[in-house]
Design a binder for this molecule. Structure first.
Ligand SMILES: [Zn+2]
Length: 398
């Protein structure tokens, strides 16, 4: 009895020694292996298209741990971006880019600037008079950072990736803020991304004319899928496999069917923040993976809701409401996209006369012998996307 017990104890002792040895071997192995593992895990570039509703905000985390933030969405989206970055343990933003001064891009930036250490800020050389833009400048100033000019040829101070602006190529008028968009191309080994801000067709053309390499595996679609961005010639040049559209509820019809159709024709897989929320692309230098499934390439069925209708309000104005007989009055109609056809009916005392005009274009009308002191009412009617809009004005000949 005693003997067997002793023997069993001996066996147990032997076993535990083997277990201990195995454990220590494992420990040594893990010390040797783990650092390599984690190194391999960080050797990727992740690009986060943060869901900020209608607007843009992108965070690029480079393989060596640097942070690039492009735009910050609308003012109310600032907190969304700050929370997102803090959750991912971001403390320093190495490069902050304000693509252009529109509020759906820079509105959230002051909050972001105040919340992190900011090393570099880049923006195109276009000034703006809005409060949103002034708030952005103020926030940058408070951090004692000088804004560097974002334009074609400017390289970002990055080691593990190549990042350079390919636009803006030219200067544009101050009112064309979209074409001023800073366009950044980032590549990590064989993976490349193009972030176009709200650049429209003219800016796209100007970029193509430079002969600069615009190819990208992933295209951040310009201007939330507006029909005036992402031309088919631009798509032929960029040749993306994937497209990301940063878009939320809006009254502009973004993303437009025209743009979705062009992407579909070019066989590009489309990801949308309004459908998938935050979209994360992970690039390992040879292939790119997404956290979401591509959204259907079918354009959404446009519903003419009362909200959409409220977005448009037709209005008509005359340059002279007390014209002389036989003079010419000029009618200006606004409130629908420029070029939309309208009909204006002038209710003269003797008869009604109809004129055809286009929204945004002055329509000269000779009033002939219009009776003095008889108010001539003018009814304007325009049809846009199967909906009819009305506006009124009048004049009193003297
Ligand atoms: Zn925008």
């Amino acid at each position: 009895m005693d003997l067997t017990v002793q023997m069993e104890e001996k066996q147990v002792g032997k076993h535990s020694r083997i277990v201990k040895l195995a454990l220590s071997i494992l420990l040594v192995l893990s010390i040797l292996v783990v650092p390599n593992c984690s190194q391999a895990a960080t050797k990727t570039m992740t690009v986060h298209f943060i869901n900020v509703g209608q607007g843009d905000s992108t965070w690029i985390h480079t393989p060596d741990g640097k942070n690039i933030v492009i735009d910050g969405g609308k003012k109310q989206a600032g907190t969304t971006v700050v929370d997102y970055l803090k959750k991912k343990h971001v403390k320093t933003i190495d490069v902050l880019i304000a693509t252009h001064p529109d509020s759906d891009h820079i509105g959230g930036l002051p909050k972001i600037i105040q919340s992190f250490k900011i090393k570099n800020v880049y923006a195109p050389k276009v000034s703006h008079t809005t409060k949103t833009y002034k708030d952005f400048l103020k926030a940058v100033k408070q951090k004692h950072v000088k804004i560097k000019t974002a334009k074609k040829g400017v390289k970002l101070p990055m080691q593990s990736v190549d990042a350079a602006f390919v636009g803006p190529v030219k200067t544009y008028s101050n009112s064309d803020t979209n074409d001023w968009s800073a366009v950044l191309r980032v590549s990590f080994k064989r993976n490349s991304f193009l972030f176009t801000g709200d650049a429209a067709n003219r800016a796209e053309k100007d970029m193509m004319h430079t002969g600069e390499n615009l190819h990208a595996n992933v295209l951040k679609v310009g201007h939330h899928g507006s029909q005036y961005s992402t031309s088919s010639t631009f798509l032929k040049k960029v040749k993306p496999a994937y497209a990301v559209i940063s878009v939320g509820k809006n009254s502009y019809g973004h993303p437009t069917k025209a743009t979705l159709d062009r992407l579909k024709k070019a066989k590009v897989k489309i990801y949308r923040t309004d459908k998938s929320g935050h979209i994360i692309a992970t690039a390992n230098g040879s292939s790119i993976k997404f956290n979401a499934k591509p959204s259907s390439t079918k354009a959404p069925v446009k519903k003419t809701t009362s909200k959409n209708a409220a977005a448009y309000k037709l209005n008509a104005k005359l340059d002279n409401t007390h014209p002389k007989q036989y003079s010419t009055v000029h009618l200006m109609v606004k409130g629908l996209p420029n070029g939309t056809k309208y009909k204006a009916v002038f209710h003269y005392k003797s008869k009604n006369t109809s004129y055809n005009g286009k929204v945004g274009k002055t329509l000269p009308v000779k009033i002939s012998r219009a009776s003095t002191s008889y108010r001539v009412n003018v009814d304007v009617t325009a049809t846009y996307k199967n909906k009819t809009y009305h506006a009124k004005t009048s004049f009193l000949p003297k």
